[in-house]
Design a protein around this ligand. Sequence first.
Ligand code: ADP
Ligand code: MG
Length: 584
Amino acid sequence: MPIRILSPEVASQIAAGEVVERPASVVKELVENALDAGARSVTVEIASAGRTLMRVVDDGVGIPPTELALAIERHATSKLASAEDLFRIATLGFRGEALASIGSVSRLTITSCTFDSPAGARLHVEGGRIGRLEKTGAPVGTVVSVEDLFYNVPARLKFLKQDATERRAIDALVTRYALAYPMVRFKLIEDNTISLNTAGDGDRRAILAALYGVDVSRQMLEIMADEDGFKLTGFISPTALTRSNRKEITFFVNGRWVQDTPLTSALLQAYHTLLMVGRYPLASIFIEVPPEEVDVNVHPAKAEVRFRSPDKVFSFVQRSTRRALLAYTPVPQLVPQNLWGVPSPPGQIDPTWSLAHDFEDEKQNQESGIQPSGADLQSPILNLQSAISHIPLLRLIGQIGATYLVAEGPDGLYLIDQHAAHERVLFEKLMTQFVQQNIPSQSLLSPVVVELSRLSAELLSTQIPVLLRLGFHIEPFGQNSYQVRAMPALFADSDPAAALRALGEDFEEDEAPLQNKIEAKIAGRVCKRLAVKAGQVLSPDEQHALLADLENCTSPRTCPHGRPTMIHLSVDMLERQFGRKGPR
Ligand code: ADP
Ligand code: MG
């Protein structure tokens, strides 16, 4: 093909592709425009997850009728005059591209009125074609309606995710902007239902409550720091409140939501050694730096920024969050005592020691033909019926560090991780009952009402039937709350609220588990959350019962997630270690 200049339509669709990826990106640009216009109130209304309608109404300064047509031209902006301005940008927008891009892939209507214009004006754009300017009465401010996104780019439509996912992205976006701009009233209306309504009174904790539920919001630690021109405010979770991914870590830099991994790393460093491996904090952090310290023109959707002195910013974030964290974190009260009566915090067991022995154990297994039976969750039912790998009868000696059981078997010593073992026991019992379609469920004497985060509640609502099959009777109970009426009898002694919160949180972390594996997956999670924990002192009876239950399991050597439940120190190995037999 010869080289040709692209037609303006094609060129503008290519450009639009950078800015408008999904409904949430439209909402982002429109909300940013409203904030740039000084709005005190921003209402976002969507229908069908934004596919059919996204409307943003603001009470900002508005656009004079004479400039309305310009506003939707590409590279037309009121926020930038010269190239030097690029390095002292105080607005969210500056590229002059958003309205043009959105207008080229949707049916867009913009209505606006300024305080000094006698009437407002309206303009319609359809697939990039601009209609005629109409006069209209309108309050001061701007309304932008975007209908039928990607109606003229069917290929892009195919890339949209399920409605629930697109809606969540919009939810997350609006809530985060509401948090970043607590003095602005934000309202989000989804399919005629109000799902967020902030007061605009500066109370960030109230907005956090809308995002995570009152419980979590109360626990979040407020942080504030100020160091030669760099300011930081926001909330971070205490070390006891974590998630298994980084999705709840949000950074705003100069009022702009940025997806910046170095900033996240700085935060994680602050938590270093305070969290278990694989756990992450929740955080909403708002950083203010002098505009010339940050280059915002590095990403088409303005989702990244570059700092002039990155190290300075990162160490500022790390130091101030760490300081807050240590100030708030109480010294642990309950330190498990190890075998020698010396207090040792959990997780301080020499890793080389346990690794070496895990390995030894694995080798032993291979020698004795025992297959490690991890990853049960892939096919729990199959596993229950095959590959029976009973452990030998064990004689219980006792518990050490409130974490491990010690037992003697025909061939040496067994150290059993009480949590992993209990997880395995619960999982097999529950799955056996499930396969037999006979999960005894126990009604609670008085039903317990549990409040969840909006997202947890929504995800849980789709799994109520599955949970019912697993023995959990739960019912919606007002906004974001559920009533637990019954639990699987197996968990009768557990805290229903803890169980439900754990489930909700897990759903958040894994939004759409495959339907055919979902029961096993949920069962695995519940068992993990409700199994006895390391650090829990067990009575001799409880220790005996656990060991007996483990002996009855079909795959006793691993927890449902594939980690070992036990370490075996064979007589042979002990003899070698003590120099009783051959060279060490
Ligand atoms: P940018 O925000 O980068 O300037 P946009 O395409 O988003 O580019 O908007 C173009 C111009 O239209 C803005 O510079 C602003 O002058 C005007 N504008 C857009 N939305 C609004 C709004 N909600 N209120 C007031 N003016 C607006
Ligand atoms: Mg803009």
